[in-house]
Design a protein around this ligand. Structure first.
Ligand code: DGL
Length: 265
């Protein structure tokens, strides 16, 4: 089936999942929406996040996608269930994938999760990890400044590292051998996070597991793309395009990023 796969996020974060999808599903075509005009979702109410997530999903369904990946932890926490229940296409989120990645990596079962305020409040990671290994010791921390840092595109210098270090300060006293990047924006600043927590910590995210799960579902449903011509990926943002396009071009192994504005309602 040659229809594209839809991927959504509040902004550029879902591109970290797209990168792994390009690697594990090189023949698939991807349509991406980043709701950059209304990012961050982290501090918003669950009702707002559900509404915005449905708007992105509806827009991509209109464009003819065959499957949807909610590449946003905050949206997965509150909207995955209703989207799975009411959509005609397969829908997956990123929380279970992140929990699985952590369980594979940890040796001590002491796991820390950094995420948005919405994700931490939902306790979705605690529940997902407990369902895989019930006696894990989990520490969760919300890091509100990190998503705006990534969206600004200014995440290279000393200022960025200081902000990361300060945000992660509360983890200093926690015991963990594995840290889950529970927000899809964070892999973009993984090096800064690794430097702040130390080289001994395993850092995991949901991106690879999500890409593998997507592949499994396509195979299981018999809806893999069979077309011989190269896929033409399309990227849409609700806000201004220059920074979005710059981050996408730096992050993704694509010669060209075809990006356009989109309006959601
Ligand atoms: N990238 C998203 C996540 O994984 C959302 C970040 C936000 O908009 O606050 O949670």
């Amino acid at each position: 089936m040659n229809a594209p796969i839809g991927v959504i996020d509040s902004g550029v974060g879902g591109l970290t999942v797209v990168k792994e999808m390009l690697h594990y599903l090189p023949n698939e075509e991807i349509y991406y929406i980043g709701d950059t005009a209304r990012c961050p979702y982290g501090p918003r109410t669950p009702q707002e996040v559900v509404k915005f997530t449905w708007q992105m999903a509806d827009k991509l369904v209109e464009m003819g996608i065959k499957m949807l990946v909610i590449a946003c932890n905050t949206a997965t926490c509150v909207a995955l269930e209703s989207l799975q229940k009411h959509s005609k296409i397969p829908v997956i989120g990123v929380i279970n994938a992140g929990a699985q990645a952590a369980i594979k990596a940890t040796e001590t079962h002491d796991i820390a999760v950094i995420a948005t305020a919405g994700t931490v409040k939902s306790a979705a990671y605690e529940n997902a990890i407990a369902s895989l290994y019930s006696s894990s010791n989990i520490t969760s921390l919300a890091c509100p400044p990190l998503v705006p840092l990534v969206e600004s595109g200014e995440y290279m210098g000393d200022f960025a590292f200081d902000l990361v270090k300060t945000s992660l300060q509360p983890l200093k006293k926690a015991r963990f051998d594995t840290l889950i990047l529970g927000c899809t924006h964070y892999p973009i600043i993984k090096d800064l996070i690794q430097k702040a927590v130390g080289e001994q910590v395993h850092i995991v995210s949901s991106a690879t597991e999500t890409a593998k799960q997507t592949l499994e579902i396509l195979k299981f449903q018999g809806i893999e793309r069979t077309a011989k011509e190269s896929p033409h990926h399309k990227f849409f943002a609700t806000g201004s395009l220059p920074i979005f396009k710059e981050i996408a071009t730096n992050w993704l192994p694509l010669e060209q990023v075809d990006a356009a504005r989109v309006t959601l309602k």
